[in-house]
Design a binder for this molecule. Sequence first.
Ligand SMILES: C[S@@+](CC[C@H](N)C(=O)[O-])C[C@H]1O[C@@H](n2cnc3c(N)ncnc32)[C@H](O)[C@@H]1O
Length: 214
Amino acid sequence: MEIKEINHRYSELAESECCLSCGGAIHYAEPVAGEVCVDLGSGRGTDVLRMAASVGETGFVYGIDISDGMLEKARRNAEKFGISNVSFIRCELEKLELADNTANLVISNCTLNHATNKQAVWNEIYRILKKGGRFVISDIYATKAIADEYRNDPVAVAECWAGSVTRDEYMQQLEKAGFTSVEIIEESAPYAKGNAEVASFTIAGKKDACGCGN
Ligand SMILES: C[S@@+](CC[C@H](N)C(=O)[O-])C[C@H]1O[C@@H](n2cnc3c(N)ncnc32)[C@H](O)[C@@H]1O
């Protein structure tokens, strides 16, 4: 899905109350004082602000998003609650504007399925994590390859399922990026979307201490 379309669709949703998540990454992430955290597809900034409270003044949280409306809403929320240990960055998931070995923790909720180059996103997550750093990510996968009729339908992709890959592809991409020990924390039963079938899951993993996974 084109960035222009993502920006347009999510900017429209920024002021709505609708739920945009598909799992509980934030509930399993357990950020602690002093940590640097990143939320990929931070939307209205809710999870960033929660993590900012956990990491405290000695920690810092970055929210990454491409939607101007979402970024504006997230920055307003941070200001409203007087939270200053956060920064919201406009960039693509495939090209994170963060230095190597920045983060102790990367989280994401219902966002990676939108990325056109998911391998690049996983490579970026590996790059920005510190050695020994971890990720906790909630996302959607397809039980079998999504048909082209949906894959090329911008509305279905924007609905967070038509851009999804199979569970096997997902795991292969993680492994290729360098992550070796990956744990599935929660997983839904498959459910129908059009003629396709998808499921949501939350996965966690670590960059090994030598950072030599890829
Ligand atoms: C379904 S919403 C989830 C928002 C938030 N994580 C939540 O759970 O409420 C997906 C978010 O990812 C952002 N997004 C989608 N594709 C992106 C991309 N390629 N690069 C950066 N952000 C992207 C959208 O703008 C949107 O804010």
